[in-house]
Every structure is written in structure tokens, then in C-alpha cells.
Design a protein around this ligand. Sequence first.
Ligand code: P6P
Length: 336
Amino acid sequence: MKSLKTLGQFIIEKQADFPYAKGELSRLLRDIGIAAKIVNREVNKAGLVDILGTVGDSTNIFGENQKKLDVFADEQFISALKYGGECCFVASEEQDEGIELIDSGISKDAKYIVCIDPLDGSSNIEVNVSVGTIFSIYRRVTDVGEALCERDYLQDGLKQVAAGYIIYGSSTMLVYTTGKGVNGFTLDPSIGEFCLSHPDMKIPAVGKIYSINEGNYSKFPQGIKRYIKYCQEEDSGTNRPYTSRYIGSMVADIHRNLLLGGVFIYPQTASQPQGKLRLMYECNPIAFIIEQAGGKASTGTQRILEIEPIELHQRVPAIIGSTEMVDRVLDFITQS
Ligand code: P6P
């Protein structure tokens, strides 16, 4: 037991890194961890329902109202943030507009803003592929008591105070950073706790994996097309051909590349000139984590974390992963 360190214990221990912290961020992170455990339970059950239940019934085999899982996840995280009392505003992939939580009374003095994708890749659930939650945390800019405004919830990624993801996979992990490195926690179902399993995570400077939906090849910019061909060339000196691995669930692709090294690319295409992935609750938090782990995150023309947001659901191109591999992609983009 002595080696076991739970997420809660770790958060409190690391709170000392922030001398002025009064525990609000710690409580906020713990609130997110609790909601993640509830979502994890339902995500795991979903497979069971698909096998035993008839999908589409108004109630599932457990006699509960069966909601679409991403709606369920959204409700769980918003509820945890609302009643946790540390979050004054939440922007969710599932909500057209951001939600002010100050009205709830509990959060009237709350200092934090959360941007979240409650269940990213949820279309993969029915085929039992890993999905994830991605979250990003900012401090509000306006003072408590003032009206919230765009300055509070459209901040550039460098202003994040914390970011993380939960991957609901063969095991469920929570990976997060507060700007002092990246740590990973694996859920131990026997005790219902996230336990430190991957301390001080670092992404290898170079790897052999490239992750991109090659089905869109014909729509890619020339530089990306040339990089894909580069990955496929024989060259033992640079460990090529690389391996193509693409799950279609950002958290799963990013998590694998964080552990093994690799580059994840979702570029702009003719039909999606800004790319597909959202800045505030997909690319910024993932970029913060990967940079904290020693990697790089670019749109192809600028550092993702430096983008000045203009709206909550804006999309940006993404080239994220091992520094040397991201730089190689940028070389091809520049040369094209
Ligand atoms: P495509 C999931 O829908 C998602 O938002 C990300 O998790 C994933 O990386 C991407 O879209 C996959 O998109 O177009 O390759 O299916």
C-alpha cells in the first residue's frame, strides 16, 4: 500500500507547488476525477447494453433512461462542476453556448473557467473503441462579482492553469498537467481510485508512428501529402517506413503517441479549411499536455497555444507530438 498514491493525495501534495493556492484548483481537479469515474461506469456498461439490450429503447436493460452517452457525460461533468463550487463558467462541446454557473449560488465566488469535450470520439463507443474526455482550465480574468465576459472564456492556450484527459480504454486513465510536468493515473476499480501509474510522463523526441486519416489524402495540402510519402519511404537510417496508426479517437491516438513517440495530424482540407478539431477543448488542452511532456503542437503555421481565440467552438489544424517529427512536418509545409 505504501507505493499507492491516489489522485487526491497527489493533488494535495502538489498543491504546495502553488504557494498562494487555497485548494480551489485541487477541489476542481478532484470534482473532475469523480465525474470521470461515473462516466467510466456508464461507458463500460454501454458495451454490455449493446450486446444484451436493444439499443434505441427509451430504457436500457438496467431499467434506467438510456441517454446518448455523450449527453450523459456532458450532464455528469457539468453537474460535478456546478455543485463542486469552484467553476464559474463551462464551455462544452455538447453545448452551443457556454454555461454560467454563478447563478447556482454555490459557485458565486468561483475563480475557474472549464472548457470540456465530455466524450470525444463517442461514435466509436458502439464498436468498442477507446474514447475520452478532454478538459482545459483557466482562471477568470474579471473579478468575482463582476459580469463574466469573453475575456474570461476566450483566453489563449498559454493562459491555461491546468489541462487533462481521461481515456476510457482497456484501462481508464486520467492524465493531466498544471504546468509542472505531466502525470498519469490509472483507475483501480477494486478501490474506485485513480492511482499514480505514470509519473512525470515524457514524449520521446522521435518515434515511428504517424497518425492521420489517409482517407482524406486527396484533400490534404501538398506539404502534408509529401510528408505522408516521406513516412512511407524505405530508409533504415531514419527508421522508415514509419507505422501508420489511426484510431479516430483523438485522446487514444494522442495517448499512444505520448507513450511511444509519434505525430498526430489533423490538417485543414478543401472541405474543412480550418481543420476539424476544436481549439478550446481539444487542441489547446492536448497541446498544453504534449508541450509539458517535451513535445510540440502546431497548426502548421503557428504554435497552437499562442492562438488568440475568437469563438468557443472554433476549429484549428493540428500537428501534435514528438518534437523532431512535428518539425519534419513543418519543414514539408514550409517547402511546399
Ligand atoms: P475523422 C472524433 O470525432 C474526433 O473529434 C477526434 O477525436 C478524432 O481525432 C477525429 O474526430 C477523427 O475525425 O474525420 O478522421 O473521423
